[in-house]
Design a protein around this ligand. Structure first.
Ligand code: PSU
Ligand code: MN
Length: 305
C-alpha cells in the first residue's frame, strides 16, 4: 500500500491523541469564497473562535502534494493570497496529491480529510447543493453525496438562495442525510435566519446533535449530518433584498456560460460586488456563529467516546 501523504499539525495531533475536541475547517471558502484580505482575517477569526470555545481548529488544504490537517499561520496566509488555486472536491483530491499539487478543499473533500484524521465535527458557511436549473444542467454538488457517505457532522447556515433549496432538501432526504435546524423549526436560508421551508429535524442542544451523530454510527449507518444554524439576527439580509441580486448573478453566470465547479465561486464574487460587500459581512458573522456551535458539539462528542 502506498502511504497517504497526510500531515496533522502538532496541535491537532495532540488534541486528537488526548481526546480533546477538534473542529475541522475548509479552505475553499478562503480561496474561492472571499476576497483577500478578508478571507485570511476571517480564517484566523474562525480559528480563534474555535479556540475560545475550548476546541482545537483544524483548517484543511492540500499543499505541494500533502494533505494538511491544521495549517500554520504562514501556510494559511500564503494560501489566502495565492492565485488560481485548485478547488478540490472528492473527484480531484487523489489526482492533486498524486501530482504534488496545491489546492483548497471543499465541504466534500474537507469531510474526507477530517474523517481520515479522526475529526467528527466541521464548521463552514454554506454547503454546495442542487443549483437552480439543475433539471437542465444536472449541477448538483458532490457535498450532498459526501454527507451521505462520510461520518462528519457539518455545521452550516443552511443553504444559499443561489441554490434550489427545496430540491437540495429533497436530495438530502433521498440520500438519508439528517438535516437538523438548530434551535428553530424553519430551515435557515444563509443570509436570512429563517425560510418558508420547515427543516426535517430540530434540535435545541449541542449534546443532542453529538448523540445523534454517535447513534447513527451505532446503527451502522454511514454518512454524517447537516446542522443548519441560523445567522445571528443582527446580521441578516432580508430575502426581498437578496433575491433580485441572486437572480441577476445567476443570469450573468448563464450569459457568460459559466459551468461546473466555476459556478459557485462566480456567484459568490458577483453577489459580493452587487451587494457592495454586504454579503461578505453577513457571511463572516455566520461562519463565526457556526464555528462556535461546532466547538460546542465537538466538546459533547468527546464525552461520548
Ligand atoms: N457555498 C458558500 N460558500 C462557499 C462554498 C459554497 O456559501 O465557499 C464552497 C464550499 O467549499 C462548498 C463548495 O463545498 O463551494 C461547493 O462547490 P460545488 O457547488 O462546486 O460543489
Ligand atoms: Mn457544481
Amino acid at each position: 500500500m502506498m502511504k497517504l501523504p497526510l500531515t496533522l499539525s502538532p496541535d491537532v495531533a495532540a488534541a486528537l491523541a488526548e481526546n480533546r475536541p477538534v473542529v475541522a475547517l475548509e479552505s475553499t471558502i478562503i480561496t474561492h469564497g472571499m476576497p483577500w484580505p478578508q478571507n485570511y482575517e476571517t480564517a484566523k477569526a474562525v480559528e480563534g473562535m474555535v479556540s475560545d470555545m475550548g476546541a482545537t481548529p483544524a483548517t484543511i488544504a492540500v499543499l505541494n502534494g500533502v494533505l494538511h490537517v491544521g495549517l500554520t499561520d504562514e501556510q494559511l496566509s500564503q494560501l489566502a493570497q495565492a492565485e488560481n488555486v485548485a478547488k478540490l472536491s472528492r473527484a480531484d483530491l487523489a489526482a492533486c496529491l498524486a501530482m504534488g499539487g496545491t489546492g483548497a478543499t471543499t465541504v466534500a473533500s474537507t469531510m474526507i480529510a477530517a474523517a481520515l484524521a479522526g475529526i467528527s465535527v466541521f464548521a463552514t458557511g454554506g454547503i454546495g447543493g442542487v443549483h437552480k436549473g439543475a433539471e437542465d444542467s444536472f449541477d448538483i454538488s458532490a457535498d450532498l453525496q459526501e454527507l451521505a457517505q462520510t461520518p462528519v457532522t457539518v455545521v452550516a447556515a443552511g443553504a444559499k438562495a443561489i441554490l434550489d433549496v427545496p430540491k437540495t432538501l429533497e436530495v438530502l432526504e433521498t440520500l438519508g442525510v439528517p438535516v437538523i435546524a438548530y434551535g428553530q423549526d424553519s430551515f435557515p436560508a444563509f443570509w436570512s435566519a429563517s425560510s418558508p421551508l420547515k427543516a426535517p429535524l430540530r434540535m435545541d442542544q449541542p449534546d443532542q446533535i453529538a448523540r445523534a451523530h454517535v447513534m447513527r454510527a451505532a446503527l451502522g449507518l454511514p454518512g454524517g449530518q447537516l446542522v443548519a444554524n441560523p445567522i445571528p439576527a443582527d446580521h441578516e439580509i432580508p430575502p426581498a433584498e437578496m433575491n433580485p441580486i441572486i437572480a441577476e448573478a445567476t443570469a450573468n453566470a448563464a450569459e457568460l456560460g459559466i459551468t461546473g465547479k466555476e459556478v459557485t465561486p462566480f456567484l459568490l464574487r458577483r453577489i459580493y460586488d452587487l451587494t457592495g460587500g454586504r454579503s461578505l459581512s453577513a457571511n463572516i458573522a455566520l461562519v463565526l456563529n457556526n464555528a462556535a456551535l461546532a466547538a460546542r458539539i465537538a466538546a459533547d462528542m468527546v464525552k461520548l467516546r
